[in-house]
Design a protein around this ligand. Sequence first.
Ligand code: LIP
Length: 276
Amino acid sequence: MEIHLIMPLSYDAVLDEMVATAREAGALTLEHFKRFRDLEIGIKGPADFVSDADRESELLIRDRLMGRWPDWSFYGEEFPPTERGDAEHRWLVDPIDGTTNFINGQHYTISIALRRGNQTVAGALYNPVSDEMFTAIPGQGAFMNGERLRVSQQADVALFAIGTGLPTPNLQLYPGAYQRLDAIRAPIGAIRIVGSAANSAAYVAMGRLTGYFEETGFSDTAVGILCVQEAGGVVTDWWGRGPEIYEQTGTLIIANAATHAYLLEHLKDVPRKNPK
Ligand code: LIP
């Protein structure tokens, strides 16, 4: 009888390439970003300003990674997916997460996840403004610029710092966003809107936030989720369910254990876009 073994692959060298690629995309997008005040004189509208940078960033990442691993499929936010022969591996990329921040000259991130089946097997998340590179491989820990990350151990509710996103123009698409602030606000220490879902998750992994919740896209958060899990945090949907649900709905709690328990308790009954 023939026996087929699925060999575990080492993704260390792949991660090195992902990091180099994220840095290149960071340098490219920063060139656009530095000119955000041109928006005041109307050379371009905000949508063109950010979409030029977004699209150039995605093309750079796609060309570089697909040039190196031509059999792996590519899913980015800006262009239709590129399907390739390898049935297991695919890239999941957000070329600029935090587009509203970008338009306003504030921190944004570039997120590159490598998925194998339904697992994220390597992740690189780069904030070019602060030059912070977050990396993770399952079982090997999460790092920021090479330094090991641990989530906050804070268990005092009065000192919780909780991140979220807050839609402004498209409120009908995100029902309940403001009610949720009301539901969680007292007696916690702070609510912060970082403006990039990916960056918010990275902040949880390193303890700048004790927790984060939102209804958002999985391509924004895939790397951040892995970083938080590797840094000792908890990731579920708003009712405590796992990736089979939250990867579809994006209804996420990403937090240390104490903040996670608090958010589960306070979010379960507030309105949301995705049905329970
Ligand atoms: C958005 C984030 C924003 C978050 C949204 C979404 P985009 O991604 O930047 O902070 O609140 O849910 O993830 O549109 O900038 O790629």
